[in-house]
Design a protein around this ligand. Sequence first.
Ligand code: FE
Ligand code: FE
Ligand code: ZN
Length: 278
Amino acid sequence: MIRIGCHLSCSKGFLNMGKEAVSIDANTFQFFTRNPRGGKAKPLDLEDIEKYLVYAKEHGITKILAHAPYTLNPCAKEEGLREFAYATMQDDLRRLEHIPGAMYNFHPGSHVSQGAEEGIRLIAEHLNRLFEEDFQTTVLLETMSGKGSEVGRNFEELQAIIERVERKEKLGVCMDTCHVFDGGYDIVNKLDEVLHEFDEIIGLDRLKAVHLNDSMNGCGSHKDRHAKIGEGNIGLEAIEQIINHSSLRKLPFYLETPNEIEGYHKEILLLRSLYKAD
Ligand code: FE
Ligand code: FE
Ligand code: ZN
């Protein structure tokens, strides 16, 4: 069975996200831990979480993915901004201790004028500091499209971060199909080669999740504009291969396509129909 869901608004709480997921035939989902632009999170509603956990178990929802605010920059030049990223992620991870089995995805950061090497060093330092506390949640580095000075624009940069982290068992990677395609990996014509390259450089055992998006732009465009499934330059045929690929099919897939809830429902039904039986 395919493990699939989409990005949901967290404003109504966990139980409602679970119900919304079930209403669109999803069995997982992604959510922002707080306003994606950063800022203070609402106090945790432990009663809501308790009800959610019962509901999730009853309805087979697993592997939900928390997404850190995308404005955080763990490798900012300014120490204050790095400190803010650290405090925010630490707070997120403390909260996620209440949701066993959830994973936590973040954008590695933008090195701005410092160069990728310094960016990589700062991100690894940030993670080593976070992991001084013993969180159970697996933290995922997202593959980036390489727009601006994003770190994580190729597999080598992600591996350079991982290499410098002491508690590697806490780390995984989330592959965003739009981002890797825009980053120059031809997952349309060379999916096997791309995954082989991922395996050689990072190791497929590190791959824990897939953001399933089509792309408005071409391979290597470094743009990061998501398109609806089958309506972009990746196309439905390649997406069918992605969800069925032996190295990917057991991973959870999260849609981040430009859709309202009914649009997500349609995409989930379409992808379920394209997923080959085990
Ligand atoms: Fe993301
Ligand atoms: Fe993504
Ligand atoms: Zn994106």
